[in-house]
Design a protein around this ligand. Structure first.
Ligand SMILES: [Zn+2]
Length: 126
């Protein structure tokens, strides 16, 4: 847990997150990271998922290849989010959280609430 006193110091400009908002977002980011890690772990130890497809044999080779691509894509996206959430927590520790990497301005709380790992403000993300 970062030092809240130093964390909030010097943040009085418009758009600055309150300490309560920062805590709320950190809880969300940690919860989401935890969930994704559990999801990743449960899939890794589940070779049956593949075995069942082979045993049923109803899927054409193409279908199963497409499904494999879809699955790989989902894994890639999840790993990407895990990485972003880890970055987010690191920024929170360092006190740089909520600052847009594009323009250096503050990212809206509403946006961070939707997506705590957002690294860009609404304008820069467009
Ligand atoms: Zn920006």
């Amino acid at each position: 847990m970062p030092n809240l006193a130093s964390w909030s110091r010097g943040r009085h400009a418009a758009g600055v997150l309150s300490v309560e908002e920062q805590i709320e977002l950190e809880i969300r980011a940690r919860g989401e990271l935890e969930r994704l890690r559990e999801e990743a772990t449960s899939e890794e130890v589940d070779p049956q998922a593949v075995a069942v497809d082979v045993a049923i044999g109803r899927l054409s080779r193409l279908d199963s290849m497409q499904m494999e691509e879809v699955r790989k894509d989902a894994v890639r996206r999840r790993n990407q989010r895990i990485h972003e959430l880890q970055e987010t927590l690191r920024k929170m520790d360092e006190g740089n959280y909520g600052i847009c990497e594009g323009c250096g301005g503050w990212i809206d709380y509403a946006r961070l609430e939707q997506c705590p790992e957002a690294a860009l403000c609404g304008d820069c993300a467009r």
